[in-house]
Design a protein around this ligand. Structure first.
Ligand SMILES: CC(C)(COP(=O)(O)OP(=O)(O)OC[C@H]1O[C@@H](n2cnc3c(N)ncnc32)[C@H](O)[C@@H]1OP(=O)(O)O)[C@@H](O)C(=O)NCCC(=O)NCCS
Length: 263
């Protein structure tokens, strides 16, 4: 068993966490310019937003070359008040002093990493869910039928995604290719400025040291504050601009962000 970093309040995510991870990611990324750029119809189709994070994080949790980490805290009873209106339906009032997930981050390991297959969550015995009692990772549990297989992506703009990938692809390849990569970092608004992102990044940098890997990140302006403080050095800034053709094609002028900067 390879050693894993130990950071207070941070642990590997499990498939049972997927619902909470998805709504925390949606609530946080709403504040990222990338989200506004790629998901201009998030207000109309919040279930599609949740479902897409569900699918992305499920894929990462079950991918032996990736890791998903969560940060936990005591949940605010009225945290839904800090969430954008369309997403509030997914929140229930929390009982006092209940602990839960408030932040999430995902990373992909460097190619040929010793840690491939060693950063998966511990499996829940399948017997606990009424099947047999093997301890294999429960990859195919259908834990939330309302999001499973719900890949309509009506909140997203395919042209915006294409522009985003075209603009950022070369810089990502140049600076992040062959490295361990911090892919996503999100903390729900009620829990900002409590050090959760810093602790998640700290887990990743410790893992990079253990794995003898260089850790890279493509960050938005909010994330820049955190990664700069964690000691990352800026390599390139990419501007992603919407075009008139883009507006006229599919997004019907719904974009509220004209420019996205990436670190
Ligand atoms: C960016 C984000 C992850 C930060 O989460 P967080 O838990 O609040 O971050 P931390 O508490 O660890 O903050 C670490 C430091 O970053 C800086 N920082 C964080 N948020 C900041 C902000 N909004 N403005 C200025 N500095 C900020 C501060 O220096 C802070 O340290 P301090 O509170 O001791 O001054 C969170 O705001 C978020 O999820 N935003 C939306 C999604 C996003 O943009 N993700 C980044 C993608 S790379």
């Amino acid at each position: 068993m390879l050693p894993l970093p130990s950071v207070e309040g941070v642990r590997l995510a499990t498939l049972e966490d997927l619902h909470r991870i998805s709504i925390v990611a949606a609530a946080a990324f709403f504040w990222s310019p990338t989200f506004r750029f790629q998901r201009p119809r998030h207000g109309e189709f919040p279930s599609d937003t949740i479902a897409s994070y569900w699918a992305d994080y499920k894929a990462a949790i079950t991918d032996p070359a990736c890791a998903v980490l969560v940060a936990e805290d005591v949940l605010e009873e009225d945290e839904a008040n800090d969430i954008y209106e369309a997403l509030r339906f997914a929140y229930r009032p929390n009982p006092p002093r209940q602990k839960g997930i408030v932040g999430v981050c995902s990373l992909s390991l460097k190619p040929n990493s010793h840690y491939i297959g060693h950063v998966q969550p511990e499996s829940k015995p399948i017997g606990a869910l009424g099947s047999d009692t093997t301890n294999s990772i429960t990859l195919h549990l259908d834990l939330s039928p309302q999001y499973e297989g719900h890949h309509l992506k009506r909140d997203q703009c395919a042209v915006a995604l294409e522009i985003y990938n075209r603009c950022t692809g070369p810089a990502k390849l140049k600076h992040l290719g062959g490295k361990m990569r911090l892919s996503t970092l999100a903390v729900a608004p009620s829990y900002w400025r409590r050090g959760h992102a810093t602790r998640l990044v700290n887990f990743c940098t410790q893992l990079a040291d253990l794995d003898d890997a260089t850790l890279g990140v493509s960050a938005t302006p909010n994330g820049q504050h955190v990664v700069e403080k964690a000691g990352f050095q800026e390599r390139e800034i990419t501007h992603v601009k919407r075009t008139l053709a883009h507006e006229q094609q599919t997004c019907e002028g719904r974009l509220d962000t004209a420019e996205v900067m990436l670190w």
